[in-house]
Design a protein around this ligand. Sequence first.
Ligand code: GCU
Length: 648
Amino acid sequence: MQGVDPAWLPDGAFRPIGTRRTLIRGTGPLVDTVRGEVTEACARFGGAVVQDDPDLVLELTGEDDGGEAFTCGRRDGCTTVTATGARGLLYGFFHVVRLGEAAFLGETEPQHHRPELALRMLDHWDNVAVHPVMGQVERGYAGGSLFWADGRARGDLERVRAYGRLLAACGINAVAVNNVNVHAAEARLLTDRIGEVADIAGALRPYGIRTHLSVTFAAPVVLGGLETADPLATEVREWWAGAAARVYAAIPDFGGFVVKADSEGQPGPFAYGRSHADGANMLAAALAPHGGTVHWRAFVYDHRQDWRDRSTDRARAAYDHFVPLDGEFADNAVLQVKHGPMDFQVREPVSPLIGAMPGTRLAVELQATQEYTGQQRHVCWLGPMWSEVLRCEIAEGSPVGALARGGLVAVSNVGDDLFWTGHPLAQANLYTFGRLAWEPGADPHRILDEWIRLSFGAGPGSGPAAGLRSILDGSWRTYEKYTAPLGVGFMVQPGHHYGPSVDGYEYSPWGTYHFADRDGVGVDRSVASGTGYAGQYAKPWAELYESPETCPDELLLFFHHVSYDHMLKSGKTVIQHIYDTHFEGVAEVEAAREVWGSLVGLVDPARHARVAERFEEQLRSAREWRDQVNSYFFRKSGVPDERGRRIY
Ligand code: GCU
């Protein structure tokens, strides 16, 4: 698209295909998409779509069975992609794009590729109207919404189509187009404004992406004029069944509903004395005749907690609410669980709920939008964190990536910004998410290299690749170093969540405390003396987290309240660790900024300028974090820095 950053699909990525002869077999809309892609590449680079003597065959074998798998191999000078489903052919085509020239070298046995997770989804927290406090995109750091402008669906959906193309190229197949906090205007997308959703769905469909909608549980009341939204009331069930039927009349391949209920003030079944399973199953029943799914979010906790109340622990809430309901959810109800028990902090343990609901289809929710990880002003590549989560065997022998039978979801980091994600390097998070959703066990560093090669046209060790890798690779740990220490979380400015405020949430109702005093810091979540949260885990995690002696350093303050002179496994005291990491974190940002400076001339000037500008802000902010956190703990503890560095 003119004027918009090409992200990981620059024209040059299509040269290897565009210079060759491609034979395409099969019919249908997605095959047409593939044919259109190849035709355009050939027009640009001189190749051709041919009937014989091809270098590349892209073949849909037989009737489209809806599958997403494909087989790719190379023999006798010809590369062949076959698929039994048109979606599979589309993914096979982008597989060849990702391979680049390598797809046309030597011989390779046919290899079968299939996504490990059937649902790979982005949730947009986009509002149709601009919300007075949250702006248009809640927790959005990349401008306005891609989908909505001037109070309605964009008339020109070319950008949405280009977005669908980027998503298909990294394997994403579902998008929810509005915020989980459903305000008045957005509620009506379900009913009289469904035509606007259908337009967006129409722009995403050619790239194999299904559209989902966030709905309000109170819809029968606020839209239907009923007196109740009780999920067991016949008129309510009928209302939803009718609403779902009308949605499917407008969007036959509609994916389903996303629901945030009884959470942070959103309406839900509790008002009627019903359970979350009652609520979810009622919506599941309305969607079932049409093949749709309800994504019911597990982010349920008391957001009006009294900070004096030490018996309530927000970390426990999702487990306490949902584990008793295991086995009660309908087959087409998916429980969507945030990967950690709190709220997308830079470091959290894996949510114990994920290992404790074997009778429920779970989707795991990640946050690509960097609400608590630098808001796309800081470089923070989340690949290693997500990979750690997905590989963690939270239930015996089962990694999170396998337990997420209902799919992997990320809150989108995209807006109408020219670079899609505000910070151009935040595109790496979106790409990595898609690739990990396809293959949760994949090595994130290999994905990063792939992203660099596609986006910057350089192989490892050449051009800007080494510099980019060094900037992104450790950026999550760098961010962790200069922000809240040892898993304790938050310490952010209330409301917008950007920048440090150590006590910002300490006496608030949100349930996110660090309990620092003159002697120590951290939250005792042990069974022996604390909130008992550690006991929500299966073995070996419950035992590991229970004691400060065995708890991993990086989560120590999440699970324990310890004194400042407590000795970490690293051999440092907690207080010295806080000082050291905060100085190191800033030094690492300074070094990354230098590396970026050295890439001038090697990367597109507009990208270079945007990232350079963001690095200035990251460095300013990192210094602020360092100085506020270090000064705070120096003043509380009175313990000086061993190395005598400047603390205020
Ligand atoms: C966080 C975030 C909210 C969001 C909520 C959610 O609390 O700050 O903006 O609505 O998560 O996931 O529902």
